[in-house]
Design a binder for this molecule. Structure first.
Ligand SMILES: CC(C)(COP(=O)(O)OP(=O)(O)OC[C@H]1O[C@@H](n2cnc3c(N)ncnc32)[C@H](O)[C@@H]1OP(=O)(O)O)[C@@H](O)C(=O)NCCC(=O)NCCS
Length: 139
């Protein structure tokens, strides 16, 4: 079942997130364990888990008012190919009635899934880079 993540899920989420802790992101935009804890404790992001007795996957995104942003979707390697990402994406998209548009990360896997995304009504946003500003420590 899909449910809202709680602080008790932190360690499982971290293990799954770390599985995709790969080369795509520069170090300063990788979430740390403390970052994920902060989001869970402050209820500042949307975190949904796919619970099959253990956490099989999770989706992590933001409610930006009329805009939704799906930052990460990860299904643990041993649970892939069971439609869990499809269900998580569907639940995420329907998370907020106010959303007019939902944007998603555009990593290699998501590009590889383009025929799936198109089949569920998404389109290529034609953006695959971002500008990043890191707040200085001494501001
Ligand atoms: C991408 C990922 C979330 C897919 O999870 P999953 O649970 O295996 O996906 P599903 O079983 O729900 O598949 C959904 C659809 O995507 C397709 N799909 C899944 N992985 C695919 C891939 N690597 N290439 C092409 N299509 C893929 C499936 O065929 C399915 O389409 P269909 O229903 O039309 O057959 C999973 O592979 C993953 O966690 N990857 C590493 C993390 C990552 O890179 N996440 C994206 C960036 S945040």
């Amino acid at each position: 079942m899909i449910r809202k993540a709680s602080i008790g899920d932190l360690d499982s989420i971290w293990v799954i997130y770390a599985e995709r802790f790969d080369s795509y992101d520069s170090d300063d935009i990788k979430y740390t364990l403390d970052d994920l804890r902060w989001y869970l404790e402050n209820d500042a992001a949307i975190m949904l888990v796919y619970d099959v007795g253990e956490i099989a996957g999770f989706v992590f995104g933001y409610n930006l008012g009329i805009w939704g942003y799906m930052e990460h979707i990860v299904v643990s390697a041993k649970y892939r190919g069971n439609g869990y990402a499809r269900e998580l994406i569907e639940r995420f998209v329907n998370h907020n009635d106010d959303w007019r548009i939902v944007e998603a990360c555009h990593y290699t896997e998501m590009k590889n899934m383009s025929s799936f995304f198109k089949s569920i009504g998404w389109r290529d946003g034609l953006v695959d880079t971002r500008w990043i500003y890191t707040i200085p420590n001494d501001k």
